[in-house]
Write a protein that binds this ligand. Structure first.
Ligand code: SF4
Ligand code: SF4
Ligand code: FES
Length: 329
């Protein structure tokens, strides 16, 4: 397992190691100092460039299996994965070269080979790493091929799995094993037929299940609560404090406009229990009750003052208003 220096992960990850001195690395012509033991990826981030990545996540182990973060290291004949290669003093690294771009473009093309054309209906649109990297390094003429089809729309309880959209980064597998301790996912089969699935196709019954939707860089794992509710770019986001317990963790809450609800999906610190992420339900109920009252009370007051002929009309309007606001969520 790669050990990241404390300076980068703040001691939160099992991958952290104490910092022991600084080294100098040159990234695309920029010389920077990084703690000893840092990876090239971390050094690049410090130099202001985040290499494309699917499998790397600062709180998880580093398998280097997606091959998206490739770089050229001076005097090394082959391209290296920057997330798993330790930086050394005096190392000269380049990301912005035709060789690296061609290699990463090849990786993206392999990922897209069997990827479905689901973007118009995919909940990940607007926060999808694959879309982002396709626009940055893809944009080639794809060759039509016969795709391998995998499981689509598999209901796993709080989340839905679409194995065709999966880029096999293994983040969910590692999150289950290393963080949640529930080992919910595995990668089965080989080659093009490799597929993410739960053991025995079991639904996920874990307190951290909804974290999978944040960990997944694409739309393979989506929250059933949020599915098809709203495009993420229509959400209004605000920094907030989690009200669930006395720890007071920082969170982002995403307001779903015109829906009297909130999406507690994007947490500032990766982990948060399902109860926290579903707090929006309680808030939604309170808001709906408040709106119902706001509509019902004026109608009721008007009703009291109307002549008998309008009785049925007012009564019907009151009931329709109440039913609409109760069931619209
Ligand atoms: S995962 Fe990303 S690229 Fe794939 S369908 Fe969804 S939005 Fe599109
Ligand atoms: S489901 Fe998502 S997190 Fe899991 S391996 Fe596939 S892309 Fe990665
Ligand atoms: S991010 Fe480096 S190989 Fe996946």
């Amino acid at each position: 397992m790669i050990q990241l220096p404390d300076a980068f992960c703040g001691g939160r990850s099992a991958n952290c190691a104490p910092v022991a001195g600084e080294i100098k690395v040159t990234i695309d012509g920029i010389e920077i100092s990084v703690p000893k033991g840092a990876t090239i990826f971390q050094a690049a981030e410090r130099a202001g460039y985040t290499p494309p990545h699917f499998c790397f996540h600062r709180d998880l182990s580093i398998p280097a299996n997606c091959r998206m973060c490739l770089c050229e290291v001076k005097d090394q004949p082959k391209l290296q994965t920057s997330c798993s290669t330790a930086a050394a003093d005096g190392m000269v690294v380049a990301f912005d070269t035709p060789r690296v771009k061609e290699a990463v473009q090849g990786v993206v093309e392999f990922v897209f080979k069997n990827h479905p054309l689901d973007c118009p209906v995919c909940d990940q649109v607007g926060e999808c790493y694959l879309q982002k990297y396709y626009m940055e390094v893809g944009n080639y003429d794809p060759k039509p091929i016969e795709k391998v089809h995998k499981d689509k729309v598999k209901d796993l309880g709080p989340i839905t799995l679409d194995a065709e959209r999966c880029v096999l980064c293994s983040r969910c597998v590692r999150f289950g094993e290393e963080v949640a301790g529930t080992a919910d996912f595995m990668i089965a089969h080989r080659s093009d037929h490799s597929e993410i699935m739960t053991f025995d196709d079991r639904p996920i019954d874990s307190a951290y299940a909804l974290n999978y939707t944040d960990i997944c860089p694409v739309g393979a794992l989506t929250s059933n609560d949020f599915r098809f509710r709203k495009r993420v770019y229509f959400l209004r986001s605000a920094k907030s404090i989690c009200p669930e317990c006395s720890t007071g963790c920082n969170i982002y809450s995403d307001e779903v406009l015109f829906h009297a609800g909130l999406r507690f999906d994007r947490m500032s610190d990766t982990l948060s229990s399902q109860e926290v992420r579903r707090l929006y339900r309680a808030i939604q109920e309170i808001l709906q009750e408040a709106i119902t009252l706001a509509v019902f009370v004026p109608f009721a007051i008007l009703y009291m003052g109307q002549p008998v002929k309008l009785d049925y009309l007012w009564a019907a309007l009151c009931i329709m208003g109440a039913v609409y606001f109760v069931f619209r969520g």
